[in-house]
Design a protein around this ligand. Structure first.
Ligand SMILES: Cc1cc2nc3c(=O)[nH]c(=O)nc-3n(C[C@H](O)[C@H](O)[C@H](O)COP(=O)(O)O)c2cc1C
Length: 316
């Protein structure tokens, strides 16, 4: 049976599970599979040209037909952000997640086009600011998450943010199964955003070698580059991260670090070079052991969340 939370109501979905935008790898096919499973998927704009974003939006629409929910992630550090925003408005994408910059000026134009706005925020201050500016919901993303990170854990973020915020809050970072989903809901979140778990979806275009690396990874295999330069990116330890971190912690100039990191996400995700590229992934790794269709992943998530929640009243 479908669940009812602030997020399921806002997005007209059955389960408050959102597959987060993932640069280079979350496309219209993955988003459509999420929608078919009663959840919501997000098409990335990071790593895609504006035309590719449009293509993926149309692909999701073609597979899904009218009335099904999916979103697009707008990365504000991307040079083509204005064009992507225009495409999102023109195509009347149901919702947008907005990260890596100040989302406030973008809310009004999206709302004008009928697009719901869900900024991704790393602090109470920004959460309050986007709520005040009219965001429909927000994602709090802890430093456990794969990709670009803040500096606060999800647990601490939820403790800090939830009492201050009335709009629906979506928890992200390190959630890979029903335990994490149940915990977030019990704390007061209205839903979750997950990335790493869906990297192992059959429908995810991540290079098979990167999928294999993820399956082989354990809890201690996660690392963060750029922590000292305010550009934290979480991924799996390898030759690249070792070389980068050595340079970072011996005080290499920012320009040198940027040059080292250039193209490494694509190299791993698209070309399958998992040693010289960077496989972005979150911290919860040990129990990611197989590639599955989205439908099966979602079914497992729902069953395990309901089991955890059913046991919750008996815990004390
Ligand atoms: C491979 C990868 C790429 C990502 N790319 C983006 C991105 O382009 N934009 C964004 O806002 N978040 C990005 N994220 C973050 C996810 O949308 C999501 O919030 C995060 O994966 C949640 O944490 P988890 O990986 O522990 O589930 C990315 C995450 C991963 C794993």
């Amino acid at each position: 049976m479908a669940w009812k939370t602030g997020i399921t109501r806002l997005l007209s979905i059955d389960y408050p599970i959102i597959q987060g935008g993932m640069a280079y790898i979350s496309d219209g096919l993955l988003a459509a599979a999420m929608a078919h499973s009663g959840c919501a998927g997000v098409i990335a704009s990071g790593g895609f040209s504006t035309d590719q974003v449009l293509e993926e939006i149309r692909r999701a629409k073609d597979i899904l037909g009218p009335g099904k929910t999916f979103g697009v992630n707008l990365m504000l550090q991307m040079p083509n952000k204005d064009d992507v925003a225009q495409v999102i408005c023109d195509e009347k994408v149901p919702f947008v997640t907005i990260g890596a910059g100040n989302p406030v000026p973008w809310l009004e134009p999206f709302h004008h086009a009928g697009v719901k706005c869900i900024p991704v925020v790393p602090s109470v201050k920004l959460a309050k600011r986007v709520q005040h500016a009219g965001a429909d919901a927000l994602v709090v993303e802890g430093m456990e998450a794969g990709g670009h990170d803040g500096k606060i854990t999800l647990m601490a973020l939820l403790e800090n943010v939830l009492p201050e915020i009335e709009i629906p809050v979506i928890a992200a970072g390190g959630i890979v199964d029903g335990r994490g989903i149940a915990a977030a809901l019990v704390m007061g979140a209205s839903g979750v955003q997950m990335g790493t778990r869906f990297m192992l979806a059959e429908e995810c275009r991540l290079h098979p070698k990167a999928k294999k690396t993820l399956i082989d990874a354990e809890d201690t295999d996660s690392t963060v580059t750029g922590f000292t330069t305010k550009d934290s990116v979480r991924g799996l330890k390898n030759s690249f991260s070792e070389k980068y971190l050595k340079a970072e912690y011996s005080g290499a100039p920012l320009s040198e670090l940027m040059e080292m990191a250039k193209g490494t996400t694509r190299m791993a995700a698209v070309d399958g070079d998992t040693e010289n590229g960077f496989v972005l992934a979150g911290m919860s790794l040990t129990h990611l052991t197989k590639i599955q269709p989205v439908e099966e992943i979602v079914e497992e998530l729902i069953i395990s969340t309901e089991k955890c929640l059913a046991g919750a009243p008996h815990l004390i």
